[in-house]
Design a protein around this ligand. Structure first.
Ligand code: F6P
Length: 343
């Protein structure tokens, strides 16, 4: 009989509640107990516990967000933070900690594992940018939301002969932009993996006009950068607790430039947090459930220092130590396919 702790860190995403439910249900089946920590690592540092039983996870599979709450708290940024985490887990008789998170939370989990803390990781993010797994849950819901948004701006762009620039999330990768751009029939997709030239984008829009298409939809990932300038100055200086600069603002920059260079009327839509919310799709609920059940089995078997991952159609486990603070770029082949439909 083990006590399993669970926390959810970094940006929330659709499917986290499904994963919490799966960890709890499978652990109970195996004769183990689960306790939640509120607001990620903060919950361990402050011993802020969320009791979890079969009833507390009932009717949450289809709900967005996380019942445990999230934060970007990093114990390594606090004096004695890591020692406190280890000590508090021991005080609470927690035998194993399941950390559900993106790269930042998983890197913290790995560093704690190196200090003897029994941890298991579950990857999640709408960005799908985590190395060592082909998919993260949250991504499918996010691309469905963005696709619907592209569909919606299509008719108004056409009615008013406008160029609509839609800025989407994805941090330093273009997964969301590429998938949703393909599904929404975007006329051009701009991603961080491929620096672009504003002049080329303008030429593409002009060519569309020549063939009678007086409107265009451009999907741009928040991390995309134009070739013309060495570095794009983001409009905000906000930095999160992990020291990452918050992205955004590229959509407005492109809209202004296209209008200046072509004279065509532009509008910008920054989707922002809407991409992180809402009910998870069936795919995300299922993937989150598979990840949660697997993690509960690993917790029971004492397989620590590892993360659950999807490789092709198979659930596998990978060592957290193989995670590097790097992103998984969007497949070049996929982007080439998207380009077939540009213009
Ligand atoms: O990693 C998920 C994500 O939504 C990114 O796409 C985005 O850059 C970032 O988090 C925004 O974080 P927040 O709004 O929570 O500061």
């Amino acid at each position: 009989n083990k006590i399993i702790g669970i926390l959810t860190g970094d940006g929330d995403c659709p499917g986290i509640n499904a994963v919490i439910r799966a960890v709890v249900r499978k652990s109970l089946n195996l004769g183990n107990e689960v306790i939640g920590f509120r607001k990620s690592w903060k919950g361990i540092l402050e011993k802020d516990i969320y009791p979890l039983d079969i009833n507390s996870v009932s009717d949450i599979i289809g709900k967005g967000g996380t019942i445990l709450g999230s934060s970007r708290t990093n114990p390594f940024k606090y004096e004695d933070g890591p020692e406190k985490v280890v000590r508090h887990l021991r005080d609470l008789n927690v035998n194993v900690l399941v950390a559900v998170g993106s790269i930042d939370t998983l890197m913290v989990a790995e560093k704690l594992y190196e200090r003897g803390c029994p941890v298991i990781g579950i990857p999640k993010t709408i960005d799908n940018d985590l190395p060592l797994t082909d998919r993260t849950f949250g991504f499918d819901t996010a691309i469905s939301t963005v696709t619907e948004a592209i569909d919606r701006v299509h008719s108004t762009a056409e009615s008013h002969d406008r160029v609509i620039i839609m800025e989407v999330m994805g941090r330093y990768t273009g997964w969301i932009a590429t998938y949703a751009g393909i599904a929404g029939g975007a006329d051009c997709i701009l991603v961080p993996e491929k620096p672009f030239s504003i002049e080329d984008v303008c030429a593409l829009i002009r060519r569309r006009h020549q063939r009678g298409k007086d409107f265009s939809i451009i999907v741009v990932a928040e991390g995309a950068r134009p070739k013309e300038i060495d570095h794009f100055v983001v409009k905000t200086n906000r930095v999160d607790e992990f020291g990452h600069k918050q992205l955004g603002g590229i959509g407005s920059y492109i809209a202004e430039e296209i209008e200046r260079l072509t004279g065509f009327e532009t509008r910008v839509t920054i989707l922002g947090p809407v991409q992180r919310g809402g009910a998870p799709t069936a795919y995300d609920r299922t993937l989150a459930t598979l990840f949660g059940v697997k993690a509960a089995e690993m917790a029971d078997a004492g397989e620590f220092g590892k993360m659950v991952s999807l490789k092709g159609n198979h659930l596998v486990t990978v060592k957290l130590s193989e995670l590097i603070d790097k992103v998984k770029p969007v497949d070049a082949d996929l982007y080439d396919i998207a380009e077939v439909f540009f213009g």
